[in-house]
Design a protein around this ligand. Structure first.
Ligand SMILES: NC(=O)c1ccc[n+]([C@@H]2O[C@H](COP(=O)([O-])OP(=O)(O)OC[C@H]3O[C@@H](n4cnc5c(N)ncnc54)[C@H](O)[C@@H]3O)[C@@H](O)[C@H]2O)c1
Length: 430
């Protein structure tokens, strides 16, 4: 009976419950949604891994620069590039280039940079070929574009067979499409004997800027101290606007480079192309053209051939002479740094033409005669760079003085004038 009534009671109980076939969600327990992942993390030790990950990321980003800056910024970065050749530095610079951050900072240890693809227009010329040597040595892939107007295959043939080197015979006044990260634009009929109409400075520069815009490459223009003309300010600072005759015999070069600077800045401002401008002062060294009318190469070739050294005017006009390895270092620092420029790159040591002739006599032939000729039109009286901006913002200054650099050039010229061309082409840096 007792059990029967119990079952009855149970049954009744069921009967009294409403029958519900529908899905009823579990009761809401808000605390569960918080504690469940925590319990899961603790149980599986996932928390430990996450904390380690956060710590690694924090260390990584702490080593990268903290304040990104725009490429057009000209503010001073107190961190100079400590050593351009550091593989890891360049890897980080490349990464910054890709994300639009160009300030110089510390490098995560153990990270190796991938080589850049770089075009050097005019790379078979004097300065260009030395630049190519440095870029190849650094691990980059280099494409030289040159029409051999004044350049020579011999200047770069020691790279033939290197898979990271290519040589294209091409005139930059014609457009060209190449996938590259950086463009060093050196192509130009640069020596005084070629001061006549040539569209390279204008049309060639326009084409290379167009290429930079199209492929998103950084563009460096090698301008010249000639943009200061016959300067009324001495020494010349980058802020000086120059004193140039627009219709003189040298104007095609002076004004051509001034136009090239204008185009470069217009592409920078108007099309956001990353640009750099170097104003190069007289540079000398191995692989210079032998007879191109530049004063150092003239004097050296004349002294070696036992000809008189030709001095134009009274020989009191001054110039400064920079050894080519110093210039190449400056160009690379400028390209890798964050400042647009323009930057004067030159050696502030000032020499009159007669003093230069004396150094050449001391180095090659003390008996070399001097012959005076009438001065050329619009020849600048004084030329000396103020390089404080490059010192401060690029951490750069020349290291090789004339008495140290000239013998290196002389041995190259001697080999090219009197014999073995191959050795001359590979003459080493100081
Ligand atoms: N060396 C200096 O003292 C000095 C001074 C100021 C500026 N610069 C500038 O530096 C750059 C290099 O000068 P450099 O002394 O090596 O002269 P360079 O004559 O030895 O080199 C110029 C190179 O450009 C090439 N070139 C000329 N026109 C070209 C064209 N249309 N297409 C393709 N290639 C062309 C030439 O064949 C040559 O290889 C030039 O832009 C020059 O204006 C040089």
């Amino acid at each position: 009976m007792g059990s029967g009534s119990g079952s009855e009671l149970i049954f009744r109980g069921h009967e009294t419950q409403p029958v519900n076939d529908e899905y009823s969600p579990k009761p809401n327990k808000p605390w569960l949604s918080v504690t469940r992942p925590i319990r899961y993390l603790l149980r599986e030790q996932r928390l430990l891994f996450i904390l380690i990950g956060v710590a690694i990321a924090t260390v990584f980003f702490a080593l990268l620069p903290s304040s990104p800056s725009s490429s057009s910024s000209s503010s001073y970065d107190p961190l100079p590039i400590p050593y351009l050749e550091q593989e890891s530095t360049r890897w980080v610079q490349k990464a910054r280039h890709m994300v639009g951050v160009h300030s110089v900072g510390k490098i995560p240890l153990g990270i190796k940079r991938k080589g850049l693809r770089i075009v050097v227009t005019g790379g078979a010329g004097f300065v260009g070929s030395h630049l190519v040597d440095r870029l190849i040595a650094r691990g980059d892939s280099v494409i030289v574009v040159d029409n051999f107007f004044t350049g020579r295959k011999e200047n770069v043939m020691h790279h033939f067979g290197n898979p990271r080197f290519e040589l294209i015979r091409h005139d930059v006044v014609e457009p060209l499409l190449l996938e590259v990260d950086q463009i060093y634009h050196l192509a130009c009929p640069a020596s005084p004997v070629h001061y006549k109409f040539n569209p390279t400075n204008v049309v060639g520069t326009l084409n290379m800027l167009g290429l930079a815009k199209r492929v998103g490459a950084r563009f460096l223009l090698t301008s010249t101290s000639e943009v200061y003309g016959d300067p009324l300010e001495h020494p010349q600072k980058e802020t000086y606007w120059g004193n140039v005759n627009p219709i003189g015999v040298r104007s095609c070069y002076d004004e051509g480079k001034r136009t090239a600077e204008t185009l470069t800045m217009d592409y920078h401002r108007g099309a956001s192309v990353e640009v750099r401008i170097a104003r190069i002062f007289n540079t000398y060294g191995p692989r210079m053209c032998l007879d191109d009318g530049r004063v150092v190469s003239n004097f050296v070739a004349q002294a070696l051939r036992k000809e008189p050294l030709t001095v134009y005017g009274d020989g009191k006009q001054t110039r400064s002479f920079q050894y080519v390895s110093d210039l190449v270092e400056g160009l690379m620092r400028l390209m890798e740094g964050e400042h647009v420029g323009p930057f004067n790159l030159g050696n502030p040591g000032e020499f009159t033409m007669l003093e230069l002739a004396k150094v050449v006599q001391e180095t090659i032939d003390p008996d070399a005669k001097i012959e005076y000729r009438p001065n050329t039109e619009d020849d600048p009286h004084k030329r000396k760079p103020d390089i404080s901006k490059a010192k401060e913002q690029l951490g750069w200054e020349p290291k090789v003085d004339l008495r140290k650099g000239l013998p290196l050039m002389v041995s190259d010229f001697r080999q090219r004038i009197f014999g073995d061309h191959k050795e001359g082409a590979q003459a080493a840096f100081a």
